[in-house]
Design a binder for this molecule. Sequence first.
Ligand code: PLP
Length: 354
Amino acid sequence: MLKTPSEIDIVRATATKINEVDFENLAFGNTFTDHMLVCDFREGQWQKPIIKPYEPFLIDPSAKVFHYGQAIFEGMKAYKDENDDVWLFRPDENLHRFNKSAKRMAMPEVPEDIFIGGLNAILDMERNWVKKGLGNTLYIRPFMIAIGSGVIAQPSTQYRFMIILSPARSYYSGEVKVIIAEHFSRAANGGIGAAKAAGNYSAQFYPQKLAQEKGFQQIIWTDDATHTKLEEAGTMNVFFRINDTLYTAPTSERILDGVTRKSLIDLAKREGIKVEVRSVLVEELVNAAKDGSLKEIFGAGTAAVVNPIVGFQYKDVYYELPKLENSFALDLKDKLTKIQYKLAEDTFGWTVKV
Ligand SMILES: *Cc1c(COP(=O)(O)O)cnc(C)c1O
């Protein structure tokens, strides 16, 4: 799958920035590696990709991305094992989802050789930026924007696909308290909630700000029609443990098909944990919290892997979760990260060497 240099243009940076980076104190998503991949789509075709020094670029002020938000992205990570080999985790899932998002946003699909081949080529050049040791990762941000000019409200005919890379350390997010959405919605049937579209994120910023002002770090989104079903936690899928069963909602037009979510389901089942993929009602959660059968709530996504939640608020009542000895969330996180760093056998065949 690795593209040969004849299929990809490469312009190397004259110097590396790596020696200026404090890898022990990285703020998430603020530092980028020396190179970026750029591939343009015009006249109905993808052009030759180029890997070149990371730098700003010019786009016309009338470009459709600025006015109509034709923009999608992915979030993935690269890991280094003890032998200095670099690994990806289920990259085919990200390619597949990227193209699903592209289709929904009337954007062209990116061919596998550009997405996966390009990713391998740039990661091969940036190997030194992937640091060894649990918790060190290189966060990968593939994205596509509409760069065609003209403010007429129709899909662009020109697009830019890019990959940028940001070294990251896993961080402790502090205690996460959530509020259950009673008015705002993240997604609706027939909408773009299942796509990783930029607008899904900006639409959350305002309700999130209101929640933060009340002392909550995250919102648990409910279905838009009735606000009775629990769907996602912020920009993560969400799991509930009631007694010793794990529950998570099925993916739908409103719920994003997370790679972490589906990997955790498979892992939990392998561990002999009972998993039920079905909608959990707000009412069930409140009752389970009251009678003590609610043990855990956690978010699942690539950035934080697993994000334990300490309590939730619903209709002005706050419910605190018990402190547990044997947390499913932490156990599953440990097992998943060990597979990603090649510290445990990957019986699922999820890891792919760069
Ligand atoms: C990206 C994302 C997730 C998590 O997906 P992963 O593939 O596990 O990173 C969950 N929900 C939403 C809304 C997302 O955008």
